[in-house]
Design a protein. Structure first.
Length: 97
């Protein structure tokens, strides 16, 4: 199964990563099956806020409990928030990582 994610809607009180947090709970039964999550989480641990429900670290930990992990972080042995390679280029320009 493939689940596409685009966390956006800055106007929503549960914007960005909080939307992903809500979704992984809403789709809990689906996440128990073999699944690939792909897309744009619009998030990173560097933007975690203490005591905020569903920050990036909480999402990563919740997914790990379901044995769902970032392929990028496993492949490159990178810690969340300390990525050595750009994973996004603004306007697809290499000079804008």
């Amino acid at each position: 199964m493939l689940l596409a994610i685009w966390a956006n809607n800055a106007q929503d009180p549960g914007r960005y990563i909080e939307q992903v947090w809500k979704a992984i709970h809403y789709y809990d039964k689906l996440l128990k099956k073999p699944i690939i999550l792909t897309g744009d989480f619009n998030s990173n641990t560097i933007w975690d806020k203490p005591r905020r429900e569903g920050n990036h670290t909480a999402v990563v930990q919740q997914l790990a409990k379901k044995n769902i992990h970032s392929i990028y972080h496993q492949q490159y042995q990178q810690e969340q928030g300390k990525e050595a390679h750009p994973t996004f280029y603004l306007q697809r320009k290499k000079e804008k990582p």
